[in-house]
Design a protein around this ligand. Structure first.
Ligand code: 5GP
Length: 126
C-alpha cells in the first residue's frame, strides 16, 4: 500500500505554477529550485515532477526514466553550482527527509542539495 499523496502540498503547487519558485534547472522528469529558507550558502531542492510522497515511494514506484531523470538533474545542478568534485568543487550534502521521524515538512519527495562551505556533522548525537 502506498501513502496517500496530497496534491495541495506546496511543491505540487510549485510544479503547477500556482506559486512562484526560484527555479535553477529542469528536465523532463524533475525540477530544481532554491529553498525559501536556506540553511547553507547553496541550498537547493530537487523534486520529481511525478506525485511521490517520499524517497522510498519514489524509489519503489517511479519508472526507470523518472529515476534516471531525477538523478541526472541532481548531478547537473551539483556541477552547475560548482559543488561537484568532478569539476573541482568541494562537495555537498544531499539529504532527504521522510515522514514523522525524518521530520519531513512537505509531503512531496525532495532532495536537499546543500553546500558552499563545510556542512558540519551529519546529525547531532542523541
Ligand atoms: P523537509 O523538512 O520537508 O525536508 O523540507 C522542506 C523544505 O521546503 C524546507 O527546507 C523549507 O524551507 C522548504 N520550503 C517550504 N515551503 C517552501 C516554498 O514555498 N518554496 C520553497 N522554495 N521552499 C519551501
Amino acid at each position: 500500500m502506498r501513502a496517500a499523496y496530497d496534491d495541495q502540498n506546496i511543491f505540487a503547487r510549485i510544479l503547477r505554477g500556482e506559486i512562484p519558485s526560484d527555479r535553477v534547472a529542469e528536465n523532463d522528469h524533475a525540477i530544481a529550485f532554491r529553498d525559501i529558507r536556506p540553511q547553507a550558502q547553496v541550498h537547493l531542492l530537487v523534486i520529481p515532477k511525478g506525485a511521490y510522497v517520499s524517497y522510498d515511494d519514489f524509489a519503489a514506484n517511479a519508472s526507470d526514466a523518472e529515476i534516471v531523470g531525477f538523478n541526472r538533474l541532481v548531478a547537473q545542478v551539483a556541477r552547475d553550482q560548482g559543488l561537484s568534485l568532478a569539476e573541482g568543487g568541494k562537495g555537498f550534502r544531499a539529504i532527504t527527509n521522510s515522514g514523522e521521524h525524518g521530520v519531513q515538512e512537505v509531503p512531496h519527495f525532495h532532495l536537499h542539495l546543500m553546500g558552499g562551505h563545510d556542512m558540519g556533522r551529519m546529525v547531532s548525537p542523541r
